[in-house]
Design a protein around this ligand. Structure first.
Ligand code: ATP
Length: 600
């Protein structure tokens, strides 16, 4: 296919102002495109060489390089190219003008060999651009210049304009996926009637080039039966949001699968033999950030091929407790992933399976999919299935929700379990409803809590105490009621000292003045006081502080509590009281907005 057809289309697309025209121009282009290059044409239209998620290098050759290449190709000095660039403000235009002037390179022998003096074809342009994008390191400079100049020498002025913009990574025609889908259905399926089939194919394989090629080579019938392909991401199913639990349950048909809504990074994980891909919520390839997750999958997925979904969550290396999603940010730094692996470990909570060993599960109801998930996954400490229950009762839903928040989750996702509860790829629908907190009680101030028990640690803290069970003082009944388990914020030195500090107070049973539903590894006499801060005060069915005061069946707790220091100046009775915590909870209530959006 001649590259000039593409260049002319680019030029038309730049000028038009209506979306209908946009589609018409694309349909026209597709009609002129042979089936075996349609994928390349689609990628180039979007100014790229492959789908965004592929993780492959993209174009983006620097100005200096291009100026040199244009100079070599047109036999015009670099300073002249630069001054033209200053005038026109666009290197694409510069190349076009110089080719209009008829300047053709001949500066050196290598350019002569680079030029084939043939019309440029899409195939040649694409393949050369791929070579340029892939080339790195010393010595690649001259080869790149030779390749670019070679293309420019054979280019028409219009072709030169778009070649340069493509190479710079600045094509930016703004042709969206939806318009391409429209054009594909009109061109290959005859009309917009087949739009939903083409769209479903794209939702199942988020690769427009691949879908276009299947359509062009095999036709609409083949597209109807398209299956997920390992290595090509599926567009994720999204949840609606409601804040009334009654409404939520009735929306999903009265009975539902309710899962913890983990606060981490969504991951769609593909496995084919010993290869693993991890795609983010936005379908970026994030495999390199999580070598540990790759390992978990290879170890824990008992099948040859699969596509599963889950949430990657940061965990405290010492206590195993969930950590806020911000801690995953350490994984975004490209260079020292292996170093951060130990410091910021993660756990994977799987909640869905979309494909396994040749079987497309996207149209299978959720409880069936879950059976597959349970069958295929061998769980371990770091690879788990999302906590869930099946329920039809609002009170139970509320309790489960609070348990989720208490465990460091954002709330729950309520999922319909009827026969039509398929995986709606690429859609936000009522089959999944997220139920997050409407209010949160931000912790502005620290509290002083009493140690009433202790837990043995794990990891580096194996065999030592890793966390403490903390309580507030209930003045009215002279009791200590638990608030939280603190495992973070301790320095190594603090940890060293815990056994000797606790030793005099350890007793074989719960102290008579302690009210606790939680069972620590050792009980202690309420005596030691520590200053603690957390992200917020939460309601929890696990802790007995202010039980039934704010709401029936739940007490007040602290989300993500951290030890600050010992308050040796305080006795147990001087600790923060239950009444004070109730007061703090009430006065610190804040309307929750889209937290994640605000933080990122
Ligand atoms: P959305 O994805 O709905 O546009 P968002 O990206 O802000 O919004 P949330 O509002 O946090 O995400 O809700 C949906 C997200 O919840 C999912 O994309 C997924 O990352 C996460 N999640 C955590 N646990 C689960 C679960 N058990 N089932 C489904 N999603 C879960």
């Amino acid at each position: 296919m001649d590259f000039i057809i593409l260049a002319q289309t680019f030029s038309k697309l730049e000028k038009i102002t209506s979306r209908t025209q946009l589609t018409a121009i694309l349909v026209d282009l597709l009609r002129k495109t042979p089936a075996d290059v349609v994928d390349k044409v689609i990628y180039l239209l979007q100014g790229r060489l492959w789908p965004e998620w592929s993780g492959m290098p993209e174009l983006g050759v620097g100005e200096k390089f291009l100026i040199r290449s244009i100079s070599v190709a047109t036999n015009v000095s670099e300073s002249e190219v630069e001054s033209l660039y200053k005038q026109l403000g666009d290197l694409g235009k510069v190349a076009e003008v110089l080719r209009q002037r008829g300047s053709r390179g001949g500066l050196s022998q290598f350019i002569k060999t680079a030029s084939t003096s043939a019309r440029l074809s899409v195939e040649r342009v694409y393949d050369t651009l791929v070579k340029i994008a892939m080339m790195v390191g010393e010595g690649s400079r001259d080869v790149k210049i030779k390749l670019i100049a070679g293309l420019l020498i054979d280019a028409d002025p219009l072709e030169a304009r778009y070649l340069v913009r493509l190479i710079e990574g600045r094509l930016r025609l703004g042709v969206g996926d939806a318009t391409i889908l429209d054009a594909l259905s009109i061109c290959y399926a005859g009309s917009q009637t087949f739009r939903s089939i083409v769209e479903r194919a794209y939702n199942i394989r988020a690769d427009l080039g691949n879908v276009a090629r299947e359509l062009a080579t095999k036709g609409i019938e083949a597209i109807k039966g398209i299956k997920p392909e390992v290595g090509i991401p599926i567009r994720p199913m999204l949840a609606e949001r409601l804040s009334d639990p009654h409404e939520i349950l009735s929306k999903v048909g009265g009975k539902a699968l309710v899962e913890f809504k983990y606060d981490g990074e969504r991951a769609q994980i593909h496995k084919k033999q010993d290869r693993v891909w991890i795609f983010s919520r936005r379908l970026e390839n994030i495999t390199h950030q999580y070598p540990d997750v790759v390992e978990m999958i290879l170890r824990g997925l008992k099948c040859a091929e699969a596509i599963v979904e889950g949430e990657i969550v940061a965990v405290d290396p010492e206590t195993g407790d969930l950590r806020p999603f911000q801690e995953l940010m350490h994984r975004k730094r490209k260079h020292d992933v292996h170093e951060v692996l130990r410091e910021y470990p993660v756990r994977l909570y799987l909640f869905d399976i979309l494909y396994v060993d040749g079987v497309d599960l996207t149209l299978v109801p959720i409880l069936e999919r879950r059976k597959y998930l349970l069958k295929v996954v061998e769980t371990s400490d770091d690879l788990r299935i999302a906590d869930s229950i099946i329920m039809d009762d609002v009170n139970e839903l509320e309790k489960f929700f609070l348990r989720a928040v208490e465990s460091g989750c954002e709330g729950v996702v309520v999922k319909a379990i009827h026969d039509q509860a398929i995986y709606q790829a690429g859609a936000r629908g009522w089959l999944w409803i997220k139920y997050k907190r409407d209010y949160k009680s931000e912790m502005i101030d620290t509290v002083d809590l009493v140690v009433v028990g202790a837990f043995y640690g794990r990891g580096r803290r194996g065999g030592k105490f890793g966390a403490l069970l903390m309580a507030a003082y209930d003045k009215n009944s002279d009791m200590f009621r638990t608030v939280c388990k603190v495992g973070s914020g301790f320095t190594d030195e603090d940890l060293e000292k815990i056994p000797s500090l606790l030793q005099p107070y350890i007793i074989p049973h719960k102290h008579a003045r302690v009210d606790s539903k939680v069972e620590p590894d050792v009980w202690v006499v309420p005596s030691l006081v520590a200053e603690v801060i957390g992200a917020e005060l939460t309601l929890s069915p696990l802790h007995t502080c202010a039980m039934n005061v704010i709401r029936q069946g739940v007490g007040i707790s602290i989300r993500f509590p951290r030890f600050i220091r010992w308050r040796t100046d305080k006795s147990a009775e001087d600790a923060t009281t239950v009444d004070e915590l109730v007061e703090m909870y009430r006065s610190q209530l804040k309307k929750v907005t889209e937290e994640k959006g605000e933080q990122t």
